[in-house]
Ligand binder design. Structure first.
Ligand SMILES: C[S@@+](CC[C@H](N)C(=O)[O-])C[C@H]1O[C@@H](n2cnc3c(N)ncnc32)[C@H](O)[C@@H]1O
Length: 320
């Protein structure tokens, strides 16, 4: 799970002018609204409502309504925005001002070289999770990488499994990709993504290892599991705590509940020379997982900080 380190803030009370503009219909007036004026107004409005990325949010929402990529918005700053477009935009801005993630409003999120559908049934895939995919794909390129399937444990939207499946397809590498989650609604989203992207991922529902046949082993086990300490969830940004599924965040009292269960069985679920790659929070949490893995028969794990991200990666290889 990613970006759970975002600091908690209060939603700012909007100044009366902005508030009335958005709520009493003043937003759609006979005034002339150019793209530039609307961008500036909305950026200030979303900033006041606590968005940490108000300019980007504005451009993504405006681009959605005007059907223009961001660059085109910037090239057309003097273009007039029509009344119907303003009304449609207003509805999206109100949702964002209530701190709904932009990805849920748009119903999609870019991840790796894919675009995945997302809604409130799944965590929004984070950019830092792309480092996990990079680590897996690098490992699978090694000539010594063992034969066998790739598992994405706790798949959510399916983003990790789908990105890996797409890269394997491009390399013409024959290797099954499986993905599991305990949440049936999340798996509906993941299955839909696989169908839309026509990528061959097999899905199974269940509580961690229980989703899989008892004797099944993998060349790679990748996971971005829930790892936030239970009490910390209430302090996260409203975008996360009020909108994203707590099942995707909650790692129990010390954040290690799911990591303990992953560690307990990882060694016997990997083929010789296989890789376990787990995304988690702080380097300290990473060190805790390495200790758990060592105690459970998978020594030699390494903690790697993720560049420009609040997360870490733990990589551990099964002995050959
Ligand atoms: C942090 S999200 C990660 C989603 C996705 N892999 C990503 O990186 O965007 C964790 C996922 O773990 C799932 N999950 C939580 N507890 C689980 C369990 N006991 N067994 C399997 N999946 C679980 C949640 O439903 C959620 O989809």
């Amino acid at each position: 799970m990613a970006s759970q380190g975002i600091q908690a803030t209060e939603v700012a009370t909007p100044p009366p002018l902005w508030h009335s503009l958005l709520t009493n219909g003043g937003f759609v007036t006979d005034d002339i609204w150019t793209i530039q004026r609307l961008r500036d107004w909305t950026c200030a409005y979303l900033d006041k409502h606590g968005s940490l990325t108000p300019r980007l949010d504005t451009d993504l929402l405006l681009g959605e309504v005007l059907k223009l990529p961001r660059l085109q918005l910037l090239l057309r700053l003097e273009q007039l925005v029509l009344k119907d477009e303003l009304a449609a935009f207003k509805a999206l801005v109100k949702r964002r001002a209530a701190r709904e993630p932009v990805a849920y409003i748009l119903g999609r999120r870019a991840f790796y070289d894919l675009e995945v559908r997302v809604d409130a049934r799944v965590l929004v895939p984070r950019p830092e999770t792309e480092s996990l995919v990079d680590a897996v794909l690098l490992f699978l390129k090694e000539p010594t990488a063992p034969e066998g399937a790739v598992l994405d444990l706790c798949t959510g939207s399916g983003a990790i499994a789908l990105a890996i499946a797409k890269a394997l397809q491009a390399r013409q590498a024959e290797r099954p990709v499986l993905a599991t989650d305990v949440s049936a609604p999340a798996l509906e989203v993941a299955r839909q993504n696989a169908a839309l992207l026509t990528l061959p991922v097999q899905f199974a529902q269940g509580d961690l290892w229980a989703a899989l046949p008892a004797d099944q082993r993998f060349a790679v086990i990748a996971s971005n599991p829930p790892y936030v300490q239970h009490d910390t969830i209430a302090t996260l940004e409203p975008d996360v705590r009020a909108w994203e599924p707590h099942l995707a965040l909650d790692g129990g009292a010390d954040g290690l509940d799911i990591l303990r269960q992953i560690a307990a069985h990882a060694a016997r679920r990997l083929v010789p020379g296989g890789l376990l790659a787990v995304e988690l929070g702080s380097p300290a949490q990473g060190r805790a997982l390495v200790e758990l893995l060592t105690a459970a028969g998978l020594p030699g794990g390494k903690v790697e900080p993720v560049t420009e991200g609040p997360t870490s990666l733990v990589l551990a290889r099964a002995p050959t």
